[in-house]
Design a protein around this ligand. Sequence first.
Ligand code: ADP
Ligand code: MG
Length: 313
Amino acid sequence: MSEVIVVALGGNAISQPGQRGTAEEQRANVQTTTRQIATMIRSGMRVIVTHGNGPQVGNLLIQQEEASRLVPPMPLDICGSQSQGQIGYMIQQSLLAQLNDLKPRPRVVTVVTQVQVDAKDPAFGKPSKPVGPFYGEDVARKRMSEKGETWIEDSGRGWRRVVPSPNPKAIVEHETIRALATDGTVVIACGGGGIPVTVGADGTLVGVEAVIDKDLAAECLARDTKADTLLILTDVSKVALGYRTPEQKNIDAMSAAEARIYLSQGHFKAGSMGPKVEACVRFVEHGGHRAIIASLNEANEALLGRAGTAIRA
Ligand code: ADP
Ligand code: MG
């Protein structure tokens, strides 16, 4: 059967540093990104795409705050679902345009995706993930007292809300995503790390105010959909030891055991490269065939073993 691949897109796939994030800018970035994905689809791979949503959900949160006198603000989980829709829509349209010559025309859909987290996850006791923009102390104090949110002062740049970042346990819609992908439909799923939900005693799902790391969610998605390959795309060409030091050494390939040692030695920064390496290690440790971290513009080269960093079992 055809190879099933989960492609995790980094922030640079949708917005570039220094941009304001207009619709035109995002469309242009997505167009460049989907060229890489279109190549995979043409080669016969079954592709599941996932992506970050930091700047997009940040802007949605500003819109909630600024318009709150006019319309009721939506909570973080609903903003997360909105961001999945808007980003998925751009990817769908762009991919279809690039694959317009294929017969039959490929099917591309976005699945609004919930991710189960454990209500007892220790992350809920220590909110750590910043969301949304910086505000003054007055706004922060008001939101802390009125809504019970956690806000932190960030090294003189202002106040920012932090939310828990729990571990993803399972992708709620994984069977649908797997069925669509194996049937040849390109699926965009689990954007922004998915919408975190907890499961009540009676099985009902409830959205929580939290953000799941998008790389760890991509791994959960790849595992739950029994994908062969996890490809994490970002803005550096390889994972490095001694990153940004005179001794920097780029890694072509490493075993999961080696990666765990490097992780414990602090080579991969928490919140950026750390979760990517952790995701790849988890994937191959759970029987995934291959995991690769590469730069977005070298995605297909990396799949051929000519770029990126491969993590083996
Ligand atoms: P993404 O949006 O793709 O998740 P991140 O900023 O979260 O992007 O992660 C990519 C960044 O990780 C790189 O731009 C790089 O600055 C940083 N990084 C941290 N440690 C390392 C390392 N050891 N090797 C390579 N890059 C690293
Ligand atoms: Mg990141």
